[in-house]
Design a binder for this molecule. Structure first.
Ligand SMILES: Nc1ncnc2c1ncn2[C@@H]1O[C@H](COP(=O)(O)OP(=O)(O)OP(=O)(O)O)[C@@H](O)[C@H]1O
Length: 296
């Protein structure tokens, strides 16, 4: 049974179609990255998953339960609230206690202390949320999502606006939660983070999923040609190169080349050896997730 199963999901606001026939499956225990430019429809999608907004069409099942039975599984799902919707007059402890109560979860003082420690907010139990910095508000939102030890977590940009150290702390926490068997549905505009953390990703554009799979499979699908960095002595000249190799740039004894396929590499090495060109290093350059994202 999948953690999330979405079939033919549609959402319109009046005449404006925001989600168009979205199909998506997220398996249990994975960290799933959900990407898209501003306005692509990501928040709307999460709002439907978490029962804040109703879909116009299609079906959603979470942890094997149809979404219209969300009440039955809401304790098994954690959702990070928008930091602007926090109760600023409440202390951290009162807030976590109150939010746990809303989801029908009982939580002890010790558990609250542990949650705060997990997100790097130890000792802030009695501090009012209104006095928190932006990063601290972000962290308490994550702590709130974790109350009741849910199996499935929806985290909307959990590390955006955090300093690098805090972001790494949160990333470690997410990896520990995954190791503990949790499923994490994550949106982020930090593509390095997504590349590092996620088992699979979906890229949404104009309400449709336009790329889907592991980062490696997206890189493979995007690879129409291959680029290599090669270190040689002497430095390569265009006259050394066979017709299938195109010189892109050079720095010192390193040359970047465009080839048509991976099989060109051994052939190129033979051709260079015949010309007494010594090859010290060959590196294949893969497309980053950022390049894939920008190409959508
Ligand atoms: N309540 C609403 N009424 C009308 N249009 C809406 C409503 N909510 C969202 N939209 C529109 O739906 C589209 C998708 O918005 P959504 O917030 O889901 O995008 P997003 O991918 O989350 O963007 P971001 O990365 O900026 O958060 C946008 O064009 C937005 O203007």
């Amino acid at each position: 049974m999948s953690a999330i199963e979405v079939i033919g999901l549609k959402k319109s606001f009046g005449a404006k179609e925001v989600l168009r026939e979205v199909n998506l499956t997220v398996e249990r225990g994975e960290i799933f990255g959900f990407l898209g430019r501003n306005g692509a429809g990501k928040s709307t999608f999460i709002q439907i998953m978490t029962g804040i907004t109703q879909a116009t069409g299609g079906t959603v099942a979470l942890l094997g339960e149809p979404a219209d039975r969300l009440d039955a599984i809401k304790q098994r799902i954690g959702v990070m609230p928008d930091t602007s919707n926090l109760y600023h007059d409440m202390t951290a402890r009162a807030f976590l206690n109150y939010m746990a109560g809303l989801s029908g979860v009982r939580i002890t003082k010790q558990e609250i202390g542990r949650l705060l420690e997990q997100v790097g907010l130890s000792g802030t139990e009695r501090q009012k949320i209104g006095s928190f910095s932006f990063g601290m508000k972000k962290k308490i939102s994550i702590a709130q999502a974790l109350t009741g030890n849910p199996e499935l977590l929806f985290l909307d940009e959990p590390t955006s606006g955090l300093d690098p150290e805090s972001a790494i702390e949160i990333q470690r926490l997410l990896l520990a939660l995954k190791a503990d068997g949790k499923t994490i549905f994550l949106t982020s505009h930090n593509l390095n983070e997504i590349e590092k953390m996620c088992d699979r990703v979906a890229i949404m554009a104009e309400g449709r999923i336009v790329r889907f799979g592991t980062v490696a499979s997206l890189q493979e699908a995007m690879r129409q040609e291959i680029q290599i960095r090669i270190r040689t002595a002497p430095r390569l000249e265009t006259s050394h190169l066979p017709a299938y190799a195109r010189l892109l740039s050079q720095a010192g004894d390193c040359t970047r080349l465009d080839l048509s396929m991976e099989e060109d590499i051994p052939e190129l090495l033979v051709t260079l050896a015949k010309q007494d060109v010594k090859v010290y290093e060959v590196q294949i350059e893969r497309q980053s997730l950022e390049e894939i994202f920008l190409a959508v």
